[in-house]
Design a protein around this ligand. Structure first.
Ligand code: PMP
Length: 489
């Protein structure tokens, strides 16, 4: 076993201050004094060809399970993964980094042993990698959470009392709902970006409390449409408000840049960023985070505990009570490093597939693609659509069972938005949609298969016989997915 991995140094510069590792429960020694020469990077080598060269950066990183074959009614076929907006597969580089980190896995911030110091150093280096990934500024905090939902729960606990929160009805429930303790100004689903801008401008003029927070998604999980964060950040700041950006649907596809956006906070999830190891991130201005209530009371979050009271730590440690998810952090850092390195290739791949998907679906009669701002909006690879006369739940079951395609159906935890986009005064249209979403696990063949399958459904109906039961749609005969598979453990 090689204890000190010899990887190439990270090529990214660091624009922010990193916090020294927290001392154990507020006492004892501080930062681990492990030589950093060998600790530069969360390892990034597998899953790419000719690492280090420009050619490698132009190649697409490999995801685990890319060759997955799945059972269908017509026999086994390659899995067409069009469900990245829900969760992405893991990157090979993530698995490599995790495997390597597990070789010396030990406690974080608590041990004097070599393995503990190494693990602790890696945890903080993962923070640095993530800080670079989000374009953090000097003094910003990067807190490891579990998910985007968790990040907003944390931020909502740390907001100053009597903050007013401004949020559009188009948001995912995780971003729409956690502000219940605060006065919340719910803005309607806008028709255009200018409309959104005007609605927010008006609302910020009308509600003038001392602390105000605007919350917007950088990309919609229903339509994939990208919001111009910089423009909305400028507006918020002109009114003296702060802005928090939900980057759950952006992190795997486009650059997050707190500094360039001039945004105050950003949140995203590892499981949507090719690192499904239970870590997410909240990054941004440290003042409210340092003054607000610690998210998790406990070990690691304190500076001193006496009979008289508790002095809580500041910095990320304040909100990371308990033993941190170091493997999740390493996984996420590895994903961030890989995504940054291959950003152009990733965008080119996804743009190609998205264009093919959208143009293909546009040709199918009765298919309607959902959109907030219209056809020409900038978007990531998320396409929600309805098929005239077909229940979306059946469409997604047919795509899976008859064609081996993975998509979602429903309202995607954005009920207000989907209800608004599918609004039908005559009650003749479906109330849910199908969502196909693209990522590194998607192929052109998978996209073409989806388009052909939907066209076939419209033209000829289903291949199998389906009936609706209380539990949902049921295919006559044996569902090919009901197979015995060995447990992975
Ligand atoms: N925001 C958006 C835009 C999302 O798409 C999602 C997940 N669908 C979330 C927030 C919540 O993410 P998580 O489930 O990882 O907390």
């Amino acid at each position: 076993m090689s204890v000190l991995p010899s990887t190439h140094p990270s090529t990214h510069s660091t624009r922010h201050a990193t916090r020294p590792a927290a001392s154990p429960c507020g006492g004892g020694s501080a930062a681990p004094a492990v030589r950093t020469r060998a600790l530069h990077a969360v390892p990034e080598s597998a899953g790419e060809s000719a690492a280090g060269s420009d050619t490698a950066a132009q190649a697409l990183p490999t995801v685990i399970g890319a060759g997955l074959r799945v059972p269908t009614l017509r026999g086994e076929t390659a899995y067409a993964n069009l469900d990245h907006a829900a969760s992405t597969p893991a990157l090979e580089t993530v698995r490599t980094a995790v495997d390597r980190a597990l070789e010396t896995y030990s406690s974080v911030h608590r041990g004097a042993g070599f393995a503990s110091r190494l693990t602790s150093a890696w945890y903080e280096q993962a923070r640095t990698e993530v800080a670079d990934f989000v374009g953090a500024r000097e003094g910003d905090s990067v807190v490891f959470t579990r998910t985007t939902t968790d990040s907003w729960a944390l931020l909502s606990k740390a907001l100053p009392s009597r903050t007013t929160v401004f949020v559009f009805g188009s948001e995912h429930h995780s971003t729409l709902l956690p502000w219940g303790r605060f006065r919340t100004v719910r803005l309607p689903v806008p028709q255009t970006l200018d409309d959104a801008y005007a609605l927010l401008d008006e609302a910020l003029s009308a509600h003038r409390s001392r602390h105000r927070l605007v919350v917007i998604a950088a990309a919609s999980n229903v339509t994939g449409e990208v919001w111009p964060v910089r423009r909305f950040a400028r507006l918020a700041h002109e009114h003296g408000a702060r802005i928090a950006v939900d980057a759950a649907q952006l992190s795997a596809h486009r650059r997050i840049d707190l500094a360039a956006w001039d945004a105050d906070y950003v949140a995203f999830s590892g499981h949507k960023t090719y690192a499904p190891y239970g870590a997410g991130v909240l990054a941004g201005r440290s003042d409210w985070l340092d003054a607000g209530a610690p998210y998790l009371f406990g070990g690691g979050a304190t500076r001193a505990v006496t009979e008289e009271g508790t002095a809580w730590a500041t910095g990320p440690a304040r909100h990371e009570g308990g033993s941190p998810n170091v493997i999740g952090a390493v996984a996420l850092a590895a994903a961030c490093a890989t995504i940054r390195r291959h950003a152009d290739a990733i965008e080119a791949h996804e743009t190609r597939l998205l264009e093919r998907l959208r143009s293909g679906l546009a040709e199918v009669p009765g298919v309607e693609v959902l959109s907030i701002f219209g056809d020409d909006s900038d978007r990531v690879g998320v396409v929600a659509f309805t098929v005239d006369g077909w229940d979306s739940a059946l469409v997604s079951q047919v795509l899976s069972v008859e064609h081996g395609i993975g998509v979602r159906d429903g309202k995607f935890c954005a009920h207000l938005l989907v209800d608004e986009l599918l609004e039908d005064p005559w009650g003749e249209r479906p109330v849910t949609a199908v969502r196909a979403s693209i990522g590194l696990g998607s192929t052109l063949e998978g996209v073409d298969r989806l388009v052909t399958a939907v066209a076939g459904l419209v033209e000829h109906g289903t291949a199998a016989t389906w009936s609706r039961t209380e539990a949902g749609w049921h295919v006559e005969g044996a569902d090919p997915r009901d197979v015995e598979v060995e447990r992975p453990w």
